[in-house]
Design a protein around this ligand. Structure first.
Ligand code: NOJ
Length: 535
Protein backbone atom coordinates (compact mmCIF):
# COMPACT_ATOMS: atom_id res chain seq x y z
CA UNK A 1 0.00 0.00 0.00
CA UNK A 2 1.06 3.58 -0.53
CA UNK A 3 1.20 6.09 2.31
CA UNK A 4 -2.23 7.37 1.22
CA UNK A 5 -3.67 3.93 1.85
CA UNK A 6 -4.33 3.18 -1.82
CA UNK A 7 -3.26 -0.04 -3.46
CA UNK A 8 -0.18 0.78 -5.45
CA UNK A 9 0.33 -0.59 -8.91
CA UNK A 10 4.00 -1.21 -8.30
CA UNK A 11 3.46 -3.66 -5.44
CA UNK A 12 0.84 -5.31 -7.57
CA UNK A 13 2.98 -6.95 -10.17
CA UNK A 14 2.70 -10.40 -8.64
CA UNK A 15 0.29 -10.01 -5.74
CA UNK A 16 -1.92 -12.83 -7.00
CA UNK A 17 0.95 -15.32 -7.01
CA UNK A 18 0.93 -15.65 -3.24
CA UNK A 19 -2.29 -13.91 -2.14
CA UNK A 20 -4.47 -15.11 0.73
CA UNK A 21 -8.00 -14.69 -0.60
CA UNK A 22 -11.06 -14.85 1.64
CA UNK A 23 -14.27 -16.15 0.12
CA UNK A 24 -17.39 -14.24 1.13
CA UNK A 25 -20.64 -16.06 0.47
CA UNK A 26 -22.69 -12.90 0.84
CA UNK A 27 -26.05 -14.41 1.93
CA UNK A 28 -24.36 -15.98 4.94
CA UNK A 29 -21.65 -13.53 5.94
CA UNK A 30 -23.42 -10.71 7.83
CA UNK A 31 -26.89 -9.17 7.61
CA UNK A 32 -27.00 -5.38 7.78
CA UNK A 33 -30.76 -4.79 7.37
CA UNK A 34 -32.33 -7.43 9.61
CA UNK A 35 -34.05 -9.52 6.93
CA UNK A 36 -32.12 -12.66 7.83
CA UNK A 37 -30.06 -12.62 4.63
CA UNK A 38 -26.48 -11.38 4.47
CA UNK A 39 -25.85 -8.26 2.40
CA UNK A 40 -23.28 -5.65 1.39
CA UNK A 41 -24.06 -3.45 4.41
CA UNK A 42 -23.24 -6.48 6.55
CA UNK A 43 -19.94 -6.99 4.74
CA UNK A 44 -19.04 -3.32 5.15
CA UNK A 45 -19.70 -3.53 8.87
CA UNK A 46 -17.39 -6.54 9.20
CA UNK A 47 -14.43 -5.45 7.11
CA UNK A 48 -12.42 -5.07 10.32
CA UNK A 49 -12.65 -8.81 10.87
CA UNK A 50 -11.07 -9.37 7.46
CA UNK A 51 -8.42 -6.69 7.91
CA UNK A 52 -7.50 -8.15 11.32
CA UNK A 53 -7.36 -11.63 9.83
CA UNK A 54 -4.67 -10.44 7.44
CA UNK A 55 -6.02 -11.47 4.06
CA UNK A 56 -4.99 -9.81 0.79
CA UNK A 57 -8.23 -10.03 -1.15
CA UNK A 58 -11.90 -10.94 -0.92
CA UNK A 59 -13.71 -13.09 -3.45
CA UNK A 60 -17.43 -12.34 -3.47
CA UNK A 61 -19.75 -15.07 -4.74
CA UNK A 62 -22.31 -13.66 -7.22
CA UNK A 63 -23.89 -10.41 -6.12
CA UNK A 64 -26.04 -9.82 -9.19
CA UNK A 65 -29.86 -9.61 -9.37
CA UNK A 66 -31.08 -13.18 -9.20
CA UNK A 67 -34.19 -15.19 -8.36
CA UNK A 68 -31.79 -17.13 -6.05
CA UNK A 69 -32.70 -20.53 -7.41
CA UNK A 70 -29.02 -21.44 -7.07
CA UNK A 71 -27.85 -18.93 -4.47
CA UNK A 72 -27.14 -16.24 -7.06
CA UNK A 73 -25.43 -18.48 -9.65
CA UNK A 74 -28.60 -17.87 -11.65
CA UNK A 75 -27.93 -14.33 -12.82
CA UNK A 76 -30.71 -12.14 -14.23
CA UNK A 77 -28.56 -9.03 -14.86
CA UNK A 78 -24.76 -9.06 -15.02
CA UNK A 79 -24.42 -5.28 -14.51
CA UNK A 80 -26.27 -4.63 -11.27
CA UNK A 81 -26.56 -5.75 -7.64
CA UNK A 82 -29.19 -8.07 -6.18
CA UNK A 83 -31.63 -5.84 -4.23
CA UNK A 84 -31.52 -8.25 -1.25
CA UNK A 85 -27.80 -7.44 -1.05
CA UNK A 86 -27.84 -3.70 -1.76
CA UNK A 87 -27.20 -1.33 -4.64
CA UNK A 88 -24.57 -0.71 -7.28
CA UNK A 89 -23.52 2.44 -5.41
CA UNK A 90 -23.01 0.35 -2.26
CA UNK A 91 -20.91 -2.16 -4.17
CA UNK A 92 -18.73 0.67 -5.47
CA UNK A 93 -18.43 1.99 -1.90
CA UNK A 94 -17.48 -1.46 -0.65
CA UNK A 95 -14.77 -1.85 -3.32
CA UNK A 96 -13.33 1.53 -2.33
CA UNK A 97 -13.54 0.74 1.40
CA UNK A 98 -11.74 -2.58 0.88
CA UNK A 99 -9.05 -0.88 -1.21
CA UNK A 100 -8.51 1.70 1.53
CA UNK A 101 -7.60 -1.19 3.82
CA UNK A 102 -5.25 -2.73 1.28
CA UNK A 103 -7.72 -5.52 0.45
CA UNK A 104 -8.35 -6.34 -3.20
CA UNK A 105 -11.74 -7.42 -4.53
CA UNK A 106 -12.46 -10.36 -6.82
CA UNK A 107 -16.01 -11.02 -7.99
CA UNK A 108 -17.66 -14.07 -9.46
CA UNK A 109 -18.60 -14.08 -13.11
CA UNK A 110 -21.02 -16.74 -14.34
CA UNK A 111 -20.53 -17.11 -18.11
CA UNK A 112 -21.81 -20.66 -18.61
CA UNK A 113 -25.45 -19.87 -17.97
CA UNK A 114 -27.90 -17.25 -16.77
CA UNK A 115 -31.21 -17.21 -14.94
CA UNK A 116 -34.41 -18.11 -16.74
CA UNK A 117 -35.40 -14.54 -15.79
CA UNK A 118 -32.54 -13.00 -17.79
CA UNK A 119 -34.02 -10.80 -20.57
CA UNK A 120 -32.20 -12.81 -23.26
CA UNK A 121 -33.74 -16.09 -22.15
CA UNK A 122 -37.18 -14.52 -21.89
CA UNK A 123 -36.75 -13.10 -25.39
CA UNK A 124 -35.67 -16.54 -26.62
CA UNK A 125 -38.79 -18.16 -25.20
CA UNK A 126 -40.99 -15.53 -26.76
CA UNK A 127 -39.30 -15.48 -30.17
CA UNK A 128 -39.83 -19.20 -30.75
CA UNK A 129 -38.05 -21.94 -32.72
CA UNK A 130 -35.56 -20.89 -35.40
CA UNK A 131 -35.16 -17.33 -34.05
CA UNK A 132 -31.83 -15.55 -33.56
CA UNK A 133 -32.82 -15.12 -29.91
CA UNK A 134 -32.85 -18.90 -29.43
CA UNK A 135 -29.37 -19.21 -30.93
CA UNK A 136 -27.92 -17.58 -27.84
CA UNK A 137 -28.84 -20.76 -25.93
CA UNK A 138 -29.01 -24.47 -26.79
CA UNK A 139 -32.55 -25.03 -28.02
CA UNK A 140 -33.18 -28.29 -29.88
CA UNK A 141 -36.14 -30.43 -30.93
CA UNK A 142 -36.62 -33.57 -28.87
CA UNK A 143 -36.15 -37.16 -29.93
CA UNK A 144 -38.64 -39.97 -30.21
CA UNK A 145 -42.29 -39.81 -31.22
CA UNK A 146 -43.51 -36.18 -30.97
CA UNK A 147 -40.07 -35.12 -29.77
CA UNK A 148 -41.05 -36.12 -26.27
CA UNK A 149 -37.56 -37.37 -25.37
CA UNK A 150 -34.69 -34.98 -24.54
CA UNK A 151 -32.25 -34.26 -27.43
CA UNK A 152 -29.50 -36.31 -25.77
CA UNK A 153 -28.73 -38.21 -22.58
CA UNK A 154 -26.75 -35.51 -20.73
CA UNK A 155 -27.50 -35.27 -17.03
CA UNK A 156 -27.77 -32.07 -15.02
CA UNK A 157 -25.02 -31.84 -12.40
CA UNK A 158 -27.82 -31.13 -9.95
CA UNK A 159 -29.66 -34.36 -10.83
CA UNK A 160 -32.17 -35.32 -13.53
CA UNK A 161 -31.96 -34.54 -17.24
CA UNK A 162 -29.95 -31.58 -18.52
CA UNK A 163 -32.87 -30.67 -20.79
CA UNK A 164 -36.23 -29.02 -20.12
CA UNK A 165 -39.04 -28.77 -22.64
CA UNK A 166 -40.82 -25.49 -23.34
CA UNK A 167 -44.49 -25.21 -24.36
CA UNK A 168 -43.77 -24.95 -28.10
CA UNK A 169 -42.09 -28.38 -27.95
CA UNK A 170 -38.37 -27.44 -28.11
CA UNK A 171 -35.95 -28.33 -25.35
CA UNK A 172 -33.18 -26.19 -23.85
CA UNK A 173 -29.94 -27.31 -22.25
CA UNK A 174 -29.04 -26.64 -18.62
CA UNK A 175 -26.06 -28.36 -17.03
CA UNK A 176 -27.36 -27.14 -13.65
CA UNK A 177 -30.93 -26.37 -12.59
CA UNK A 178 -33.72 -25.92 -15.12
CA UNK A 179 -33.69 -22.25 -14.10
CA UNK A 180 -30.08 -21.91 -15.39
CA UNK A 181 -30.14 -22.17 -19.21
CA UNK A 182 -26.67 -22.67 -20.75
CA UNK A 183 -25.40 -19.97 -23.10
CA UNK A 184 -24.23 -20.96 -26.56
CA UNK A 185 -20.65 -19.68 -26.75
CA UNK A 186 -20.54 -20.24 -30.52
CA UNK A 187 -22.80 -17.19 -30.70
CA UNK A 188 -20.99 -13.87 -31.19
CA UNK A 189 -23.48 -11.98 -28.95
CA UNK A 190 -22.40 -14.02 -25.93
CA UNK A 191 -18.71 -13.36 -26.49
CA UNK A 192 -19.24 -9.62 -26.95
CA UNK A 193 -21.57 -9.45 -23.96
CA UNK A 194 -19.12 -11.02 -21.52
CA UNK A 195 -16.21 -8.95 -22.74
CA UNK A 196 -18.34 -5.91 -22.03
CA UNK A 197 -19.35 -7.25 -18.59
CA UNK A 198 -15.67 -7.72 -17.69
CA UNK A 199 -14.99 -4.09 -18.63
CA UNK A 200 -18.05 -2.88 -16.73
CA UNK A 201 -16.68 -4.25 -13.45
CA UNK A 202 -13.01 -3.55 -14.13
CA UNK A 203 -14.08 0.07 -14.70
CA UNK A 204 -15.64 -0.03 -11.22
CA UNK A 205 -12.36 -1.08 -9.67
CA UNK A 206 -12.63 -4.84 -9.20
CA UNK A 207 -9.26 -6.55 -9.14
CA UNK A 208 -10.33 -9.76 -10.77
CA UNK A 209 -12.90 -12.43 -11.53
CA UNK A 210 -13.47 -15.93 -10.29
CA UNK A 211 -14.87 -17.68 -13.36
CA UNK A 212 -17.72 -20.05 -12.61
CA UNK A 213 -17.69 -23.39 -14.48
CA UNK A 214 -14.64 -22.12 -16.37
CA UNK A 215 -14.13 -25.46 -18.13
CA UNK A 216 -17.68 -25.75 -19.42
CA UNK A 217 -18.56 -22.80 -21.65
CA UNK A 218 -17.81 -24.45 -25.00
CA UNK A 219 -19.87 -27.45 -26.07
CA UNK A 220 -19.40 -29.91 -28.88
CA UNK A 221 -22.13 -28.59 -31.22
CA UNK A 222 -23.02 -32.14 -32.26
CA UNK A 223 -24.31 -32.63 -28.69
CA UNK A 224 -23.49 -36.36 -28.76
CA UNK A 225 -24.81 -38.83 -26.22
CA UNK A 226 -22.25 -39.70 -23.54
CA UNK A 227 -21.37 -42.78 -21.57
CA UNK A 228 -21.95 -42.46 -17.83
CA UNK A 229 -19.50 -40.02 -16.29
CA UNK A 230 -18.05 -38.82 -19.61
CA UNK A 231 -18.06 -35.01 -19.77
CA UNK A 232 -15.97 -34.66 -22.93
CA UNK A 233 -18.54 -32.79 -25.07
CA UNK A 234 -19.15 -30.13 -22.41
CA UNK A 235 -15.91 -29.83 -20.47
CA UNK A 236 -12.35 -28.83 -21.36
CA UNK A 237 -13.12 -28.21 -25.03
CA UNK A 238 -10.21 -26.74 -27.00
CA UNK A 239 -12.22 -23.66 -28.00
CA UNK A 240 -12.10 -22.33 -24.44
CA UNK A 241 -8.50 -21.23 -24.72
CA UNK A 242 -9.18 -18.51 -27.25
CA UNK A 243 -11.96 -17.13 -25.04
CA UNK A 244 -9.58 -16.82 -22.09
CA UNK A 245 -6.87 -15.31 -24.28
CA UNK A 246 -9.26 -12.55 -25.24
CA UNK A 247 -10.26 -12.08 -21.59
CA UNK A 248 -6.61 -11.91 -20.57
CA UNK A 249 -6.02 -9.11 -23.07
CA UNK A 250 -8.85 -7.17 -21.46
CA UNK A 251 -7.53 -7.79 -17.92
CA UNK A 252 -4.03 -6.76 -19.00
CA UNK A 253 -5.31 -3.54 -20.54
CA UNK A 254 -6.12 -2.29 -17.01
CA UNK A 255 -3.59 -1.04 -14.46
CA UNK A 256 -2.84 -2.86 -11.23
CA UNK A 257 -2.65 -6.55 -12.22
CA UNK A 258 -6.29 -7.58 -12.62
CA UNK A 259 -6.67 -11.35 -12.40
CA UNK A 260 -8.71 -14.24 -13.78
CA UNK A 261 -9.21 -17.31 -11.60
CA UNK A 262 -10.80 -20.43 -13.02
CA UNK A 263 -13.18 -22.82 -11.30
CA UNK A 264 -12.38 -26.10 -13.04
CA UNK A 265 -13.06 -29.56 -11.69
CA UNK A 266 -10.93 -31.42 -14.24
CA UNK A 267 -9.76 -34.99 -13.62
CA UNK A 268 -6.29 -34.33 -15.05
CA UNK A 269 -4.20 -31.59 -13.47
CA UNK A 270 -1.97 -31.19 -16.48
CA UNK A 271 -5.06 -30.41 -18.58
CA UNK A 272 -6.10 -27.78 -16.03
CA UNK A 273 -2.62 -26.26 -16.11
CA UNK A 274 -2.99 -25.59 -19.85
CA UNK A 275 -5.45 -22.83 -18.94
CA UNK A 276 -2.72 -21.18 -16.87
CA UNK A 277 -0.33 -20.52 -19.71
CA UNK A 278 0.95 -16.97 -19.64
CA UNK A 279 -1.65 -15.48 -21.96
CA UNK A 280 -4.67 -17.22 -20.38
CA UNK A 281 -5.90 -17.39 -16.77
CA UNK A 282 -3.76 -16.35 -13.81
CA UNK A 283 -4.72 -19.22 -11.55
CA UNK A 284 -7.24 -21.98 -10.87
CA UNK A 285 -8.42 -23.68 -7.69
CA UNK A 286 -6.60 -26.85 -6.80
CA UNK A 287 -9.50 -29.20 -6.16
CA UNK A 288 -7.33 -32.33 -6.14
CA UNK A 289 -5.93 -31.04 -2.86
CA UNK A 290 -9.40 -30.26 -1.51
CA UNK A 291 -10.79 -33.74 -2.23
CA UNK A 292 -7.69 -35.58 -1.00
CA UNK A 293 -8.27 -37.81 2.05
CA UNK A 294 -6.28 -37.30 5.25
CA UNK A 295 -3.38 -39.51 4.22
CA UNK A 296 0.31 -38.66 4.26
CA UNK A 297 1.36 -40.22 0.99
CA UNK A 298 -1.67 -39.07 -0.97
CA UNK A 299 -1.25 -35.51 0.29
CA UNK A 300 2.46 -35.56 -0.50
CA UNK A 301 1.66 -36.86 -3.95
CA UNK A 302 -0.98 -34.23 -4.67
CA UNK A 303 1.31 -31.40 -3.56
CA UNK A 304 4.13 -32.76 -5.74
CA UNK A 305 1.90 -33.15 -8.78
CA UNK A 306 0.39 -29.72 -8.27
CA UNK A 307 3.70 -27.93 -8.04
CA UNK A 308 5.10 -29.78 -11.04
CA UNK A 309 2.07 -29.07 -13.25
CA UNK A 310 2.06 -25.40 -12.28
CA UNK A 311 5.82 -24.99 -12.66
CA UNK A 312 5.55 -26.33 -16.19
CA UNK A 313 3.44 -23.32 -17.18
CA UNK A 314 4.97 -20.78 -14.78
CA UNK A 315 1.74 -20.38 -12.78
CA UNK A 316 1.27 -20.33 -9.00
CA UNK A 317 -0.76 -23.06 -7.31
CA UNK A 318 -3.96 -22.01 -5.49
CA UNK A 319 -4.64 -24.09 -2.38
CA UNK A 320 -8.15 -24.51 -1.08
CA UNK A 321 -9.65 -26.65 1.69
CA UNK A 322 -13.31 -25.63 1.59
CA UNK A 323 -15.84 -23.56 -0.33
CA UNK A 324 -19.60 -23.06 -0.59
CA UNK A 325 -20.06 -26.28 -2.62
CA UNK A 326 -18.33 -28.88 -0.48
CA UNK A 327 -18.65 -30.42 2.98
CA UNK A 328 -16.68 -28.28 5.45
CA UNK A 329 -13.30 -29.83 6.12
CA UNK A 330 -13.65 -30.06 9.93
CA UNK A 331 -16.42 -32.56 9.17
CA UNK A 332 -14.59 -34.30 6.31
CA UNK A 333 -11.44 -34.84 8.32
CA UNK A 334 -13.43 -35.94 11.35
CA UNK A 335 -15.29 -38.72 9.55
CA UNK A 336 -14.92 -42.31 10.54
CA UNK A 337 -13.67 -43.98 7.34
CA UNK A 338 -13.34 -41.99 4.12
CA UNK A 339 -12.05 -38.48 4.80
CA UNK A 340 -12.04 -37.39 1.16
CA UNK A 341 -14.76 -35.54 -0.71
CA UNK A 342 -16.72 -36.35 -3.81
CA UNK A 343 -19.91 -34.83 -5.17
CA UNK A 344 -21.15 -38.31 -6.04
CA UNK A 345 -20.96 -39.42 -2.42
CA UNK A 346 -21.15 -36.74 0.24
CA UNK A 347 -21.06 -39.28 3.11
CA UNK A 348 -23.74 -37.23 4.78
CA UNK A 349 -24.56 -38.65 8.19
CA UNK A 350 -21.41 -40.80 8.48
CA UNK A 351 -20.24 -40.55 12.12
CA UNK A 352 -17.98 -37.55 12.72
CA UNK A 353 -15.64 -36.69 15.56
CA UNK A 354 -15.52 -32.89 15.58
CA UNK A 355 -12.59 -33.06 17.97
CA UNK A 356 -10.55 -35.13 15.54
CA UNK A 357 -11.73 -33.06 12.57
CA UNK A 358 -10.79 -29.83 14.31
CA UNK A 359 -7.37 -31.09 15.24
CA UNK A 360 -6.70 -32.07 11.65
CA UNK A 361 -8.24 -28.86 10.30
CA UNK A 362 -5.79 -26.89 12.42
CA UNK A 363 -2.88 -28.88 11.02
CA UNK A 364 -4.30 -28.56 7.49
CA UNK A 365 -4.53 -24.78 7.93
CA UNK A 366 -0.81 -24.59 8.69
CA UNK A 367 -0.04 -26.88 5.76
CA UNK A 368 -2.12 -24.84 3.32
CA UNK A 369 -0.81 -21.50 4.56
CA UNK A 370 2.79 -22.60 4.14
CA UNK A 371 2.68 -24.13 0.66
CA UNK A 372 4.10 -22.07 -2.22
CA UNK A 373 1.39 -20.19 -4.12
CA UNK A 374 -1.91 -18.59 -3.24
CA UNK A 375 -4.44 -19.74 -0.66
CA UNK A 376 -8.21 -19.43 -0.29
CA UNK A 377 -10.03 -19.25 3.04
CA UNK A 378 -13.76 -19.95 2.94
CA UNK A 379 -15.74 -17.84 5.40
CA UNK A 380 -16.14 -19.65 8.70
CA UNK A 381 -13.18 -21.97 8.24
CA UNK A 382 -11.17 -19.44 10.25
CA UNK A 383 -13.66 -20.07 13.08
CA UNK A 384 -13.39 -23.86 12.74
CA UNK A 385 -17.05 -24.23 11.72
CA UNK A 386 -18.26 -27.65 10.67
CA UNK A 387 -20.91 -28.87 8.24
CA UNK A 388 -24.42 -28.49 9.69
CA UNK A 389 -25.93 -31.85 8.81
CA UNK A 390 -29.24 -31.65 10.65
CA UNK A 391 -30.97 -28.81 8.77
CA UNK A 392 -34.68 -29.71 8.64
CA UNK A 393 -35.75 -30.78 5.15
CA UNK A 394 -38.38 -28.05 4.93
CA UNK A 395 -35.70 -25.38 5.34
CA UNK A 396 -33.24 -26.72 2.78
CA UNK A 397 -32.81 -24.37 -0.16
CA UNK A 398 -30.19 -25.86 -2.44
CA UNK A 399 -31.81 -27.07 -5.72
CA UNK A 400 -29.61 -30.19 -5.47
CA UNK A 401 -31.80 -31.35 -2.59
CA UNK A 402 -35.03 -31.03 -4.56
CA UNK A 403 -33.67 -32.29 -7.90
CA UNK A 404 -32.42 -35.49 -6.27
CA UNK A 405 -35.57 -35.91 -4.17
CA UNK A 406 -33.45 -35.62 -1.03
CA UNK A 407 -30.99 -38.36 -2.03
CA UNK A 408 -28.25 -35.71 -2.00
CA UNK A 409 -28.51 -33.30 0.96
CA UNK A 410 -27.01 -30.54 -1.14
CA UNK A 411 -24.81 -27.69 -0.01
CA UNK A 412 -26.85 -25.84 2.60
CA UNK A 413 -24.82 -27.35 5.44
CA UNK A 414 -21.71 -25.35 4.53
CA UNK A 415 -23.69 -22.15 3.93
CA UNK A 416 -25.17 -21.56 7.38
CA UNK A 417 -24.91 -17.88 8.43
CA UNK A 418 -21.78 -17.01 10.40
CA UNK A 419 -21.77 -16.57 14.18
CA UNK A 420 -20.25 -13.23 15.15
CA UNK A 421 -21.02 -12.68 18.84
CA UNK A 422 -23.34 -13.50 21.72
CA UNK A 423 -24.44 -16.78 23.22
CA UNK A 424 -27.53 -17.72 21.17
CA UNK A 425 -28.69 -17.54 17.53
CA UNK A 426 -28.56 -15.31 15.51
CA UNK A 427 -25.12 -14.77 17.11
CA UNK A 428 -24.81 -11.20 15.86
CA UNK A 429 -25.34 -12.27 12.22
CA UNK A 430 -28.11 -9.66 12.11
CA UNK A 431 -31.32 -8.88 13.93
CA UNK A 432 -33.65 -11.11 11.91
CA UNK A 433 -33.98 -14.89 11.80
CA UNK A 434 -31.12 -16.24 9.67
CA UNK A 435 -32.20 -17.84 6.39
CA UNK A 436 -30.74 -21.15 7.60
CA UNK A 437 -30.73 -22.11 11.30
CA UNK A 438 -27.45 -21.94 13.23
CA UNK A 439 -26.52 -24.64 15.76
CA UNK A 440 -26.71 -23.52 19.43
CA UNK A 441 -23.25 -25.00 19.94
CA UNK A 442 -21.77 -22.21 17.80
CA UNK A 443 -21.86 -20.00 20.95
CA UNK A 444 -18.24 -21.00 21.57
CA UNK A 445 -17.30 -20.40 17.93
CA UNK A 446 -18.32 -16.78 17.42
CA UNK A 447 -15.72 -14.41 16.00
CA UNK A 448 -15.73 -12.39 19.22
CA UNK A 449 -15.35 -15.44 21.51
CA UNK A 450 -12.49 -16.73 19.38
CA UNK A 451 -10.78 -13.36 19.11
CA UNK A 452 -10.41 -13.42 22.89
CA UNK A 453 -8.95 -16.94 22.98
CA UNK A 454 -5.30 -17.40 21.99
CA UNK A 455 -5.91 -21.14 21.46
CA UNK A 456 -8.82 -20.65 19.04
CA UNK A 457 -8.88 -21.46 15.34
CA UNK A 458 -9.22 -17.72 14.65
CA UNK A 459 -6.05 -16.95 16.57
CA UNK A 460 -4.24 -19.70 14.65
CA UNK A 461 -5.36 -18.28 11.28
CA UNK A 462 -4.46 -14.74 12.31
CA UNK A 463 -0.98 -15.75 13.39
CA UNK A 464 -0.46 -17.97 10.36
CA UNK A 465 -1.57 -15.27 7.93
CA UNK A 466 0.61 -12.74 9.72
CA UNK A 467 3.73 -14.92 9.50
CA UNK A 468 3.01 -16.25 6.02
CA UNK A 469 4.62 -13.42 4.00
CA UNK A 470 7.90 -14.06 5.84
CA UNK A 471 8.02 -17.63 4.48
CA UNK A 472 9.21 -16.21 1.16
CA UNK A 473 8.47 -17.23 -2.38
CA UNK A 474 10.80 -20.22 -2.77
CA UNK A 475 9.38 -23.58 -3.77
CA UNK A 476 9.53 -26.52 -1.40
CA UNK A 477 11.91 -29.46 -1.00
CA UNK A 478 10.61 -32.57 0.74
CA UNK A 479 12.39 -33.49 3.93
CA UNK A 480 12.68 -37.08 5.10
CA UNK A 481 11.25 -37.09 8.62
CA UNK A 482 9.88 -40.64 8.56
CA UNK A 483 7.19 -42.36 6.48
CA UNK A 484 4.26 -40.89 8.39
CA UNK A 485 5.48 -37.33 8.62
CA UNK A 486 4.88 -34.78 5.89
CA UNK A 487 7.84 -32.44 6.07
CA UNK A 488 9.46 -29.91 3.78
CA UNK A 489 11.77 -26.94 3.73
CA UNK A 490 11.47 -23.65 1.95
CA UNK A 491 14.65 -21.67 1.73
CA UNK A 492 15.85 -19.65 3.40
CA UNK A 493 15.39 -21.62 6.59
CA UNK A 494 11.68 -22.45 6.87
CA UNK A 495 10.76 -25.99 7.93
CA UNK A 496 7.28 -27.56 8.02
CA UNK A 497 6.30 -30.88 9.63
CA UNK A 498 2.94 -32.62 10.08
CA UNK A 499 2.72 -35.90 11.96
CA UNK A 500 0.18 -38.43 10.63
CA UNK A 501 1.29 -41.31 12.87
CA UNK A 502 -0.44 -42.29 16.09
CA UNK A 503 2.72 -41.67 18.15
CA UNK A 504 4.42 -38.35 18.85
CA UNK A 505 7.62 -37.87 16.82
CA UNK A 506 10.66 -35.67 17.25
CA UNK A 507 10.82 -32.36 15.46
CA UNK A 508 13.18 -31.86 12.53
CA UNK A 509 16.33 -29.88 13.46
CA UNK A 510 15.43 -26.26 14.19
CA UNK A 511 16.42 -23.17 16.11
CA UNK A 512 12.93 -21.86 16.80
CA UNK A 513 9.30 -22.99 16.83
CA UNK A 514 7.35 -20.33 14.94
CA UNK A 515 3.86 -21.75 15.24
CA UNK A 516 2.19 -25.05 16.05
CA UNK A 517 -1.35 -26.23 15.36
CA UNK A 518 -1.57 -27.73 18.86
CA UNK A 519 0.53 -28.11 21.98
CA UNK A 520 3.79 -30.05 21.63
CA UNK A 521 4.30 -32.94 24.07
CA UNK A 522 7.66 -32.72 25.83
CA UNK A 523 9.15 -31.19 22.69
CA UNK A 524 7.62 -33.90 20.47
CA UNK A 525 5.13 -33.42 17.64
CA UNK A 526 1.86 -35.21 18.55
CA UNK A 527 -0.43 -37.00 16.12
CA UNK A 528 -2.30 -34.84 13.55
CA UNK A 529 -0.32 -31.79 14.59
CA UNK A 530 1.67 -29.45 12.34
CA UNK A 531 4.51 -27.11 13.17
CA UNK A 532 6.33 -24.21 11.52
CA UNK A 533 10.01 -24.08 12.39
CA UNK A 534 12.97 -21.84 11.75
CA UNK A 535 16.05 -23.96 11.03
C1 NOJ B 1 -20.09 -23.65 -9.29
C2 NOJ B 1 -20.55 -22.83 -8.13
O1 NOJ B 1 -19.52 -22.76 -7.17
C3 NOJ B 1 -21.80 -23.49 -7.62
O2 NOJ B 1 -22.21 -22.96 -6.38
C4 NOJ B 1 -22.88 -23.36 -8.67
O3 NOJ B 1 -24.02 -24.05 -8.24
C5 NOJ B 1 -22.41 -23.95 -10.00
N1 NOJ B 1 -21.09 -23.56 -10.34
C6 NOJ B 1 -23.33 -23.50 -11.11
O4 NOJ B 1 -23.21 -22.12 -11.33
Amino acid sequence: MTASGQLSTTDGSTWWRSAAIYQVYIRSFADGNGDGVGDLAGVRSRLDHLADLGIDAIWFTPWYPSPMDDGGYDVADFRDIEPLFGTLAEAEGLIAQAHERGIRVIIDIVPNHCSDEHPWFRAALEAGPGSVERQRFWFRPGRGPDGAEPPNNWKSRFGGSAWTRVPDGEWYLHLYSSRQPDFNWDNADIRAEFEDVLRFWFDRGVDGFRIDVADGLVKDPALPDVADGDETPFSDQEGLHEIYRSWRKIADSYTGERVLVGEMWLPDMSRAARYLRRDELHSAFNFDFLVCPWDVSRLRDVVTRTLRAHDDVGAPAAWVLSNHDVTRHVTRYGRAGDTGFSFADRLHGTPVSLELGTRRARAAALLTLSLPGGVYVYQGEELGLWEVEDIPSALRQDPVWARTAGADPGRDGCRVPLPWSGSAPPFGFGTGTPWLPQPDSWAAFTASAEAADPASMLSLYRRGLQLRPSLGSASLAWLDAGPEVLAFTREPGFVFALNFSAEAVSLPPHSEVLLASGPLEDGLLPTDTAVWLRR
